[in-house]
Design a protein around this ligand. Structure first.
Ligand code: NAD
Length: 494
């Protein structure tokens, strides 16, 4: 059991220490001298200071990982996954501390943090199947007297660069799959939420994963540039905003690295007049306002078709009014803050731009928020398709509402009003409408009466357009392919 202090809305005994990198099995100071504060965004308390590591720190991690890879890739795969069984046990044993850490550094409420925790462990459980997942295939007698087989080999060193909004789950989208497949791994977590990642790495150490197989480098843009250029790193998995996803994708491409870069989102929800109202309202409010709208699968634009504007929309506004804000570990709190003051200001500014462009405020979340913490309340705004609120990702608890007469019109709006393609949902009782929607949406993760269509770990997390740059997605079989190199051998015996 890892000893971490118990956070409360009054503060934590943890103190504002400066975090260290974990390289080659040792906790070491970063060579970067600058640091940033890590906040509890609900209380504004400083939890720690994160060092801004540079390319030298990344290079040290790259060398340690390259060295560890030599032995780790020789460990038989059934033996490698024994480490993951131990890691899973350690993660399960530390549940309470981990869930509370996620909530404290990110601001999400306990129930959301518990959901994230479970979704992270799911990937460890998936990766434990690596002895089967990594299996190749063969064709006997592909020509006369000739057989061909395909084998998957580990790639070498993989690195993951992760965002603030799922500080536990997103590092675990790649870490277990990469190491079970025989690679060494470097994690560069978000500088705004680095504490859950630190706990994961400590538990990897506790689980006996050999030195250098899992490394941690804190930091921001400089560390990321170092990762994209480091010759010891073979593959880079990035999750974050579309702007940075593109930078990472291009830099890795220039340097000949395998790369997957998951970007931002602007997810549409279409509500048909035949939707089951009570269940739909609860589900789509959760999609828009859960995690304070800071999910890449959050519903951001709701298109009400026909009568749904009179039956569903008023209920969504009413639900938004009732949501209680506060520190996610306090009793009865339903929604936490956004991550930082600059995020709050950006959201306020986009709301204002929308209003200046003719949008109609239906529920204003900019006022009546707690005095302390970086809060934006649930907001609902009626917009036109050309509004900035239809095209820009806000990443906050703001639901923009469009109106349409038919499903075809609603699908058209979804396709043309923004350039993302992460998730999309429809609420309906009609199989025909659901089918049309599935075929017509540009999004890769589709919900039918499901507001947050997050696939479980056996499936790929499959965004498109500006929500994803690359080919192989994270998790599922794509995840295994991403972290392995295929070879075919064609054999003839004389
Ligand atoms: P971000 O792009 O600001 O940061 C992501 C990572 O990039 C961090 O580790 C950060 O240190 C690094 N970074 C930031 N600026 C950089 C720069 N200029 N150069 C190089 N690296 C840089 O994203 P965020 O605010 O932490 O996370 C929220 C975003 O992530 C949202 O856009 C959200 O939609 C997206 N997201 C997408 C998915 C998905 O699956 N598509 C999942 C989660 C989050």
């Amino acid at each position: 059991m890892t000893a971490i202090a118990e956070p409360t809305s009054q503060g934590t005994a943890q103190g504002a220490r400066t975090l260290q990198n974990f390289i080659g099995g040792r906790w070491v100071d970063s060579s970067g001298t600058d640091t940033l504060p890590v906040y509890n965004p609900a209380t504004e308390e400083v939890l720690a200071h994160v060092p801004l590591s540079n390319a030298d720190d990344v290079a040290a991690a790259g060398r340690a990982a390259r060295e560890a890879f030599k032995e780790w890739s020789e460990v038989p795969v059934p033996e490698r996954v024994q480490s993951l069984y131990r890691l899973r046990t350690a993660l399960l044993d530390d549940r309470e501390a981990l869930v509370r850490q996620i909530s404290t550094e990110n601001g999400k409420i306990y129930a959301d943090a518990a959901g994230e925790y479970r979704r992270g462990i799911e990937v460890v459980e998936f990766a434990i199947g690596m002895p089967s997942l990594i299996a190749g295939y063969n064709v006997e007698t592909v020509s006369r007297g000739i057989d061909t087989m395909l084998e998957r080999y580990p790639l070498g060193v993989g690195a993951a660069i992760t965002p603030f909004n799922f500080p536990f789950m997103v590092p675990l989208w790649t870490l277990p799959i990469a190491i079970a497949a025989g690679n060494a791994f470097i994690l560069k977590p978000s500088e705004r939420t680095p504490l859950s990642a630190e706990l994961i790495v400590r538990l990897c150490q506790e689980a006996g994963i050999p030195d250098g197989v899992v490394n941690l480098v804190h930091g921001a843009a400089d560390a990321v540039q170092g990762i994209c250029a480091d010759p010891n790193i073979d593959a880079v998995s990035f999750v974050g905003s579309a702007r940075v996803a593109r930078i990472v994708y291009e830099a890795c491409g220039r340097n000949g690295k395998r790369v997957q870069a998951l970007g931002g989102a602007k997810n549409h929800i279409i509500v048909m007049p035949d939707a089951v109202i009570d269940r739909s309202v609860e589900n789509l409010s959760e999609s828009a306002f859960g995690n304070a709208g800071q999910r890449c699968l959050a519903g951001s634009v709701m298109t009400v078709v026909g009568d749904a504007k009179d039956t569903v929309l008023p209920r969504v506004v009413e639900r938004a009014e009732g949501i209680r804000l506060g520190f996610g570990l306090d009793e009865g709190v339903e929604m936490g803050p956004v991550i930082r003051p600059d995020a709050r200001e950006r959201i306020h500014s986009l709301i204002q731009q929308g209003l200046d462009g003719g949008a109609e405020m239906l529920r204003d979340g900019r006022t009546a928020v707690p005095d302390r913490g970086f809060f934006v309340g649930p907001t609902v705004i009626g917009i036109q398709p050309d509004s900035v609120l239809a095209s820009e990702e806000l990443f906050g608890p703001v639901l923009s509402v469009l109106k349409a007469d038919t499903i075809d019109q609603a699908i058209e709006l979804m396709n043309t009003s923004n350039e993302y393609g992460n998730a999309a949902s429809i609420f309906t009782s009609s199989g025909k409408a659901a089918r049309e929607f599935r075929r017509g949406t540009p999004a890769g993760m589709i919900g039918i009466n499901v507001g947050v269509a997050a696939p479980v770990a056996v499936f790929p997390f499959s965004g498109h357009r500006n929500s994803f740059f690359g080919d192989l997605h994270v998790t599922g079989r794509d995840g295994v392919d991403f972290f392995t190199r295929k070879k075919t051998t064609t054999t003839r015996w004389f």
